[in-house]
Write a protein that binds this ligand. Structure first.
Ligand SMILES: C[S@@+](CC[C@H](N)C(=O)[O-])C[C@H]1O[C@@H](n2cnc3c(N)ncnc32)[C@H](O)[C@@H]1O
Length: 395
């Protein structure tokens, strides 16, 4: 026995060399997998990819399904991993049940009867004929059953991914100290406003989408800033940034002053944000603000913001995209908020972010639209438009 305790062998340099070599060998494979995971990876396209996989998996081409799935994914530019996942609908324990269901549905559709369950019924028919009929039943039944499963599972995939991407947790973007600082500031607000702010930060995906887009030294102009949540989040997350917030509702201005008190680089102004001087910020935010003005006024306002922005700057606008709207509940709630005086404005006028993007691109902006809502506001869309930098503009 060793009196000085157990012997701990030093890490062998040979084994760490082998480990290093193995990792180096596997690196291209890992990179390949990562790149396949990222290909055509919008929630909608992933949903379509899963649906295609399910449809192929429900077909009777056993043995060729993987090849068919990869070929279809390549031709239609779908995510290959998602297609292969969809294919798992015909995994071994499920395969016999799926084939049975497909054959029954196919026989019912083609011959108007269910397939007999005893072997006796097939004895009189030549084996080739039985195989051909069964294949046809499986094909037709597979198209119907597979189509229904594909639509359901594909839709579910797109829905869940969309939800996961727009939700997530805002706190992930902050250090624990910064998060505590935020909570501390909210603590000082009257209860109703504090609750509202906490719920908005929890449920509204827009801040999580915007904050990573803004540079560390952003000079943000937040027009129609409400109670000042975006200025607070940005200045706590990026202390080198500065924010000028403009809001015309006196109650919200008071609340913003209270919330942002003592933050040296944040200025809150009371006034009409559509008329105030804009300066030369490198980012402008108009979150849920434009629709309180008539469309002609919105266009004029947006153009002024686009002009004021520095080259390379960001224009961030969130509005409802009417084409995406499944229920017209969101505009109704907006009108109600105006009627009840929660949001100050004359009325509600919808101008879609995709049309805004069309207006901005000829001015040298590159525009991207991202889903930025949940629940009844799921049609909310964030327009992220970047102004051309000086050099691009010069060309
Ligand atoms: C729905 S709230 C959004 C507040 C904030 N942007 C946010 O995302 O939390 C819209 C705000 O825009 C303000 N607003 C609308 N038109 C305005 C204008 N012309 N000038 C200043 N504020 C305006 C309203 O008073 C309201 O506080």
């Amino acid at each position: 026995m060793n009196p000085s305790g157990p012997v701990v062998s030093p890490p062998s340099s040979a084994s760490s060399r082998w480990r290093g070599k193995l990792l180096a060998l596997l690196r291209p494979l890992r990179e390949q997998i990562e790149s396949v995971k990222r290909e055509h990876a919008s929630p909608r396209r992933l949903g379509v990819a899963v649906a295609v996989g399910v449809l192929v998996g429900s077909s009777p081409f056993l043995g060729f399904q993987v090849l068919m799935a990869i070929a279809l994914a390549t031709v239609f530019r779908l995510n290959r991993i998602a297609v292969l996942l969809g294919l798992q609908i015909s995994m071994p324990p499920i395969t016999p049940f799926l084939l049975f269901l497909n054959a029954q549905v196919g026989a019912r559709l083609l011959e108007g009867r269910w397939l007999p369950l005893s072997l006796e019924a097939f004895r009189a028919v030549p084996a080739k004929q039985v195989a051909a009929d069964l294949f046809l039943d499986l094909l037709v039944g597979g198209l119907l059953v597979g189509g229904v499963l594909a639509a359901g599972l594909g839709w579910m995939t797109a829905y869940l991914l969309q939800r996961q991407r727009t939700r997530g947790s805002l706190s992930d973007l902050f250090t624990p100290e910064q998060w505590a600082q935020l909570q501390g500031r909210l603590e000082g607000l009257p209860r109703a406003w504090r609750k509202y702010a906490l719920w908005k930060m929890r449920l509204d995906p827009v801040y999580k989408l915007i904050l990573p887009e803004l540079p560390e030294d952003a000079e943000l102009l937040d027009l129609g800033s409400g109670m000042g949540l975006l200025p607070l989040l940005l200045s706590v997350r990026s202390p080198r940034s500065s924010v000028r917030a403009v809001e015309w509702d006196e109650r919200k201005v008071r609340m913003a002053h209270q919330l942002l008190e003592g933050l040296p680089a944040v200025r809150v102004e009371a006034g009409d944000a559509s008329k105030c001087p804009l300066g030369t910020p490198n980012a402008v935010a108009l979150l849920d603000v434009l629709h309180y003005s008539p469309i002609a006024q919105q266009q004029e306002w947006l153009l002024r913001c686009a002009e004021a922005l520095r080259p390379g700057g960001l224009l961030l606008v969130r509005e409802l995209e009417p084409k995406q709207s499944r229920w017209p509940l969101a505009p109704v709630l907006e009108r109600l908020a105006v009627r009840l005086g929660w949001n100050r404005g004359a009325s509600v006028h919808a101008w879609s972010p995709s049309e805004m993007a069309r207006m901005l691109t000829p001015l040298g902006f590159t525009a991207e639209l991202r889903p930025a809502g949940s629940g009844v506001f799921s049609a909310n869309t964030l327009l992220i438009a970047r102004k051309a930098s000086q050099t691009q503009h010069g060309h």
